[in-house]
Design a protein. Structure first.
Length: 278
């Protein structure tokens, strides 16, 4: 099957669907029909159907042009010659690539419908966008480690900062004095192991009228937290506040439901042909 015949059958299928939706009486849309004109000449019609309204028979002929460039006036003029020889047959010319201005003017003058019929592009299947904006206020619990104590006890917290950045895919912690630490519990002890406070108590000490923006820092002279790697000496506990806004766009894509796009080349009206209707 060549490309022209394939396009003719595609057109027949689309118009069969449209005819089924618009008429009460079953009407068969035919392909490759021969009609005899008033001159006695037989004309080959790509797509053809007849329907009856109030006892009057209406006839429609479609000329299919599977071209990659806009149709010139000469092709529309040739089709007009065929229609003029036939007996009261309405004409439609369809193509994928549109029509030149001269062809449009000629068709409008002589009542020939011009249509662009093709598979829709991906962008034409986007019928709208939904933009959502999400905001969140995040509070981080951070610690200022006693670096002298860390060095004396063989801990390399600079390497730990680099691992945090690698894990979180950010460059935030490498140059930060205060860092997050994974704890076994929320207690804070002194060097003798005595419980002196807890993160829960510190949170309760945050003023109720705090603006949720400025950092709040609690300082200690002799304090340790129970980290995953062991007791760790800290100088400060800091509550750092961050406001995050995320914008996401959801595109309403109907490509899975639309089989074809039918555009009137004269008035620009566009009709999407639903796959489920075929």
């Amino acid at each position: 099957m060549n490309n022209s015949t394939e396009y003719e059958l595609f057109t027949r299928g689309i118009y069969q669907q449209l005819v089924d939706a618009d008429t009460i009486k079953a009407t068969k849309v035919q392909h490759n029909v021969k009609l005899e004109g008033k001159s006695g000449q037989k004309h080959q019609i790509d797509v053809y159907w007849e329907y009856e309204i109030a006892g009057i028979t209406h006839k429609v002929a479609i000329e299919c042009k599977n071209y990659s460039k806009p149709i010139a006036i000469s092709k529309v003029r040739d089709f007009y010659g065929v229609l003029s020889d036939l007996n009261n047959v309405a004409g439609i010319m369809v193509t994928k690539a549109g029509f030149q201005e001269g062809a449009k003017k000629f068709a409008k003058q002589y009542g020939i419908c011009l249509k662009e019929l093709r598979n829709p592009t991906r962008e034409e299947c986007i019928i709208g966008e939904l933009i959502t904006i999400t905001s969140a206020d995040i509070r981080h619990t951070l610690f200022l480690v006693d670096e002298e104590w860390a060095t004396n006890n063989g801990y390399d917290f600079q390497a730990y900062r680099r691992r945090l950045d690698m894990f979180h895919c950010t460059g935030r912690w490498s140059n930060s004095s205060h860092i997050p630490i994974e704890l076994n519990n929320e207690n804070i002890y002194d060097s003798s192991g005595k419980l002196i406070s807890s993160l829960d108590e510190l949170e309760k000490a945050i003023p109720s009228d705090h603006n949720g923006t400025d950092d709040i820092t609690f300082m200690f002279e002799d304090a340790y937290v129970n980290a995953k790697w062991g007791m760790t000496k800290i100088k400060e506990v800091q509550y750092s506040y961050e406001h995050k806004t995320q914008t996401s766009t959801i595109r309403l894509d109907v490509s899975g439901f639309v089989d074809a796009i039918l555009k009137d080349a004269l008035n620009g009206e566009i009709r999407l042909i639903n796959k489920r209707q075929r």
